[in-house]
Design a protein. Structure first.
Length: 205
C-alpha cells in the first residue's frame, strides 16, 4: 500500500515531466515564432530591395523623355499572352536642342548607373537564375539605349527617345508582373522594340 508521501513523490515526478514537456513545447513555439519573424524580415527586406530597384528603373525611364514632359508622352501596357506590349503617343511640341541633348544623355546615364547600384542589393535576395534574368533584360535595354541614343543628334529625335522610354516602362511593368507571379519566366514577359508602338497625336508642330 502506497503511503501519502509516495503519492506526493509520484505526483511531483508527473508534474515535473508535464512541466518539462510544456517548457519544451513553449521553447519550440518560441523558436518557430523567431523563425517566422526572421522570414518576415527577410521578405520585407527582399520586397524593399525590389521596390528600390523598380524606382530606379522608373527614374531611368523618365529620364529618357528628353523633352522633359513638354512633348506630353502618354503610354499604357497590355499583355499578349505573357508578353508585355506597350502603346504610347506624344505631341511634337518641341525639338530638343543639340546642346541640351548631351546634358540630358549624361543625366540618363547616371540614372542607369543607379539601376546597377540598386541591382547589387537586389542580388542578395534573389536566386542566381532570377537575378540573371533581370540583369539580361536591363542589359538588353542598355544596349538598345547605346545603339539608338548615343549619337547626340538621335537624342533630339522624339520618336527615337520615346520608343526607348516606352520600352523601358514596358520592362518595368514586366518586372512587376513577374515578381507578383513568378511562375511565368521573365524572359517570356519582357518586351522588345517590336512590342512597342509609338504614334504622334494630333496637334503636333
Amino acid at each position: 500500500m502506497r503511503t501519502f508521501d509516495s503519492w506526493i513523490s509520484i505526483s511531483g515526478t508527473i508534474f515535473s515531466a508535464v512541466a518539462a514537456i510544456a517548457a519544451s513545447a513553449a521553447l519550440y513555439h518560441s523558436s518557430q515564432q523567431v523563425s517566422l519573424a526572421r522570414e518576415a524580415l527577410k521578405s520585407n527586406d527582399r520586397n524593399q530591395a525590389f521596390v528600390t530597384y523598380l524606382n530606379e528603373v522608373g527614374a531611368f525611364c523618365e529620364s529618357l523623355d528628353f523633352s522633359q514632359g513638354q512633348n506630353e508622352l502618354e503610354w499604357s501596357t497590355f499583355k499578349n499572352g505573357a508578353r508585355v506590349k506597350v502603346f504610347a503617343s506624344y505631341r511634337f511640341n518641341m525639338l530638343v536642342k543639340k546642346s541640351n541633348a548631351a546634358i540630358l544623355l549624361e543625366a540618363s546615364r547616371k540614372k542607369y548607373r543607379a539601376i546597377q547600384d540598386a541591382g547589387i542589393s537586389l542580388q542578395v535576395w534573389l536566386d542566381d537564375g532570377d537575378y540573371d534574368a533581370i540583369f539580361r533584360a536591363m542589359d538588353g535595354l542598355h544596349r538598345e539605349y547605346l545603339r539608338r541614343l548615343q549619337a547626340t543628334a538621335a537624342a533630339g529625335d522624339p520618336q527615337k527617345y520615346f520608343e526607348l522610354a516606352a520600352l523601358c516602362y514596358g520592362m518595368r511593368d514586366a518586372l512587376i508582373g513577374w515578381y507578383k507571379q513568378c511562375e511565368t519566366p521573365l524572359s517570356e514577359r519582357i518586351p522588345t522594340l517590336s512590342d512597342v508602338t509609338v504614334i504622334v497625336r494630333p496637334g503636333a508642330i
